[in-house]
Ligand binder design. Sequence first.
Ligand SMILES: [Zn+2]
Length: 470
Amino acid sequence: MIQIYNTLTREKEIFQPIEAGKVRMYVCGPTVYNYIHIGNARSTIAFDTIRRYLEYRGYEVNYVSNFTDVDDKIIRAANELGITAPEVADRFIQAFEEDTQSLNVQPATSHPRVMDHMPDILIFIEALIDKGYAYEAKGDVYYRTRNFDGYGKLSHQSIDELEVGASQRTGVEQELKEDPLDFALWKGAKAGEISWESPWGAGRPGWHIECSVMATKHLGDTIDIHGGGQDLEFPHHENEIAQSEAKTGQTFANYWMHNGYVTIGEDDEKMSKSLGNFVTVHELAKQIDPQILRFFMATTQYRRPIRYSEATIKEAGVNLQKLRNAFENLSFRKTGAAAQLDEDERKLHELADLEVRFTTEMDDDFNAANGITVVYELAKWINQYSEQETVSQVVTDKALEQFEQWLSIFGIVFLSDELVDDEIDQLIEERNQARKNRDFARSDEIRDLLKDKGITLEDTAQGTRWRRSE
Ligand SMILES: [Zn+2]
């Protein structure tokens, strides 16, 4: 039974999906005006890991994550780069896809874009106006916050406290609002800005309404899980609730999940100094193996802050290498040995025990930090097993399958697709044959070819073994 810490109630609750066996999940995606920074990467990785675990537990996950491609920051970037706003969006959506692919983040079931949802946004805003939750003011449309009873329920703030904060804001917008707490659903176009036609004149939607529209359009009035970074809890998610629940009269999301921040280690001089160069994944990937970054972020409990430093990254790299070694130790031992019934049964039982422990840890609000310790135990088990004189096929297969499945939840795949194992084995066989025939030129050639592909050979008494190097 999976338990989820729900920001709405500030408690861990048993996860009960709306529809048995299915999960409707919406996660706020990036505003595509630049390369994603490590904070975006953390959120993307955290929810990808959660989604993969839900799938591992047998759920069919409809995972929707938007691209915010209509926003002030995009308009600004377009002016700076001398291209149009849609061109800025296209460029950085492509960059997002490249960066997340290097981090082995699975694409969402769908990645809706604001620009494709303008008619839906207009219909949504009109419905809010009809119900008295929104009003037009000189080409802008504002949400009438005080009309929504539950305002503040997600961030656990009273509306009067919020009013005090909001009343300190100044600007033209403030004068158009009935109340300082009201927020924009539609902004009238300023000169030189990209705009869309609407019943209130040319303009563009506010950020909050975009997510309400895309989430309900793709997943229905009530969704199971709504996720995003901690910084989105207020006002973005509070406003999403106010808009969606006012329109539909239904609960918007049953479980609200927020991932923690990324902090840069203060005592790590070197990393702090180069902070300016390293905040985007695009730059970071030139310095650090993205698989290590993925592993590092995926194995921290998603709600906890991540302290990013040279030391923590190095430690993650060392741990990942240990797992890789264990994987290769047993992969190398794959044999066709006959089953040894009693012994095999005992070993399979040990594996099943580890599996129970793994799911117990991960079911507890996706506690990846505890889950990965069980993966380390499996690695230790695998190392010991692979040193036995005889290993059986059935146990080896089961152990490797379990190991691969768990690693893939954290986004780790050890098999490189450049050269599949069979091809490597074939080349090694050919090299052995060449050595037997004293054709050392060919044997060296094969060794060099494999080296170029990142495969290191090791000749041992039991035969030639290989491992993928960094
Ligand atoms: Zn959002």
